[in-house]
Design a protein around this ligand. Structure first.
Ligand SMILES: Cc1cc2nc3c(=O)[nH]c(=O)nc-3n(C[C@H](O)[C@H](O)[C@H](O)COP(=O)(O)O)c2cc1C
Length: 114
């Protein structure tokens, strides 16, 4: 059993990371393997609804310069997911929202119960 934890804050060692570290420690104490990844603070493209991911069936987004495809591939090996975000104006952080749209649209099956 492995759980992927995604830090959706542009700040690497901030509060979101701290909360995710707590969650990871609790899971590890129960014998669950964890991996904590950070989405970074560089530009993340939003989905442009081109539909190419659906046509190729390769579970990849055409925009390959950020962490989207790497996370889709990691998800295939994980059984559970925890996504952490700072609150930005009563919602999730914009970079994370942009990433999740593409991650789930292109790699949706990798994020479902196996
Ligand atoms: C653009 C921006 C918008 C924010 N909006 C809110 C908000 O609506 N409500 C709130 O409680 N905190 C808000 N915050 C504060 C962050 O959610 C808070 O500092 C959070 O713990 C930061 O997490 P991090 O350390 O992982 O980056 C905002 C911060 C920023 C930079």
């Amino acid at each position: 059993m492995k759980v992927l934890l995604i830090n959706g804050s542009p700040r690497w060692k901030g509060n979101t990371n701290r909360a995710l570290e707590e969650a990871a420690a609790a899971l590890e104490a129960e014998g669950v393997e964890t991996e904590l990844v950070w989405i970074g603070n560089k530009e993340i493209r939003g989905c442009i609804a081109c539909g190419i991911c659906g046509k190729t069936g390769e579970k990849r987004c055409v925009f390959a310069e950020d962490c989207c495809n790497e996370l889709i591939a990691k998800a295939a090996e994980c059984d559970g997911f925890i996504v952490g975000s700072p609150v930005y104006y009563a919602g999730m952080a914009g970079l994370l929202r942009a990433l999740m749209d593409r991650m789930f649209y292109a790699g949706g099956a990798n994020f479902r119960f196996k």
